[in-house]
Design a protein around this ligand. Sequence first.
Ligand code: AMP
Ligand code: MG
Length: 406
Amino acid sequence: MLTVTQALDQIVREVVAFKPEMVALDEALGLTTAQDVISQEDSPPFDKSLMDGYAVKASDISSNRVELVVVDEITAGRTPSCDIVSGQATRIMTGAPIPGGADAVVPVEQTELINGNSDRVRILVESISPERNVIRQGTNKHIGEEIVPTGRRLRAQELAALAELGDARIAVRRQPIVAVLATGDELVTTDQTPGPGQIRNSNETMLCAQVRNASGVPVPLGIARDNRADLRRLIKEGLNSDILLLSGGVSAGKLDLVPSELEHAGVEQIFHKVRVKPGKPVWFGRLRRGSNSCLVFGLPGNPVSSMVCFELFVRTAIRRLIGQFPATPQSLTARLTHSHSHQDDRETYFPASVDWTADGPMVRLMKWHGSSDLQSTVDADAMVVFPPEPKEYAVNDRVEVILWDR
Ligand code: AMP
Ligand code: MG
């Protein structure tokens, strides 16, 4: 049976990124860049004032109450009509270009007009250092510098930086379409009251939400009953997507028909079963369709198993498709708030909550009753990774932690 690391390696090896596409910036929120975007312009594009006030020569301000002749006025969007020489100033507004000859701006609050005459100004500070209240062309970004790297999920701030520097269209990778198919004779929809022996299909809600969080577009396909006709029809439909997620029906039960039905549909198995708790029965394969393919994950039916397998395996596949790097789950080290006895020879992903203290991250294990215990995940924001050997952990022992939704 594969270890988690081996299973992740196989996913990384098998899944290649979507082809880049050009989109307009206002369609790019949440998408991932497919190339390094290099600035073709300086930011700011000209030397400009950071204050409303007077552009001066700093060397002129050598004593309190220096008087200067105001030779020009520049509002934002205008350009200077003349340079200044010693003894002169230009009235200037925030964002307006600095005139030639000036090297500092005295804020209007530190000045007064002489006899109310707008042609003469008195400076009420004893000195000002050169460059004060001025931002020079290219200070924030020079031509040729990178604005956004490849593989970055675009948020408002990246989009704004791109908008500022004139890239109206940008190369991105599209979001994967992810079909979600729950299987099980025992399932009813979440708006129904379960009869004897029945439970609600919570996995559809959960997996669709996880898909969205991972930048995918979920397509819920409802419930396939544990019979070949139903599975066959819905699997066929799901294979039109970039990824098909099935929940349930992948372990060794009498009605666990998913692996054989996937095989029947022509899906090539890449692995089945991983030495992980929860989630051991997880299945991964691919249907090749010309130049592209559909990735298929058979997730165990138990909700926490499905959730964990999604975070470990499905997310890695999605990150590969959209070109996010690193693709595999990233961990950090935290210290346990309580002792814990780990008695399993499978790598175990334990629901936990991280507290960011002044002494570094501390992690608290949830009360966890196993793979059906969704409630244990409600207050959790992470999973502690226990290595695959029995061990007594003491308070403050360092453990590896993977944050959820990263
Ligand atoms: P299975 O993997 O099909 O054997 O299912 C394992 C367990 O997960 C059983 O207790 C199922 O009732 C439960 N289960 C399966 N599918 C779902 C689902 N869609 N939502 C909630 N629980 C499920
Ligand atoms: Mg089942």
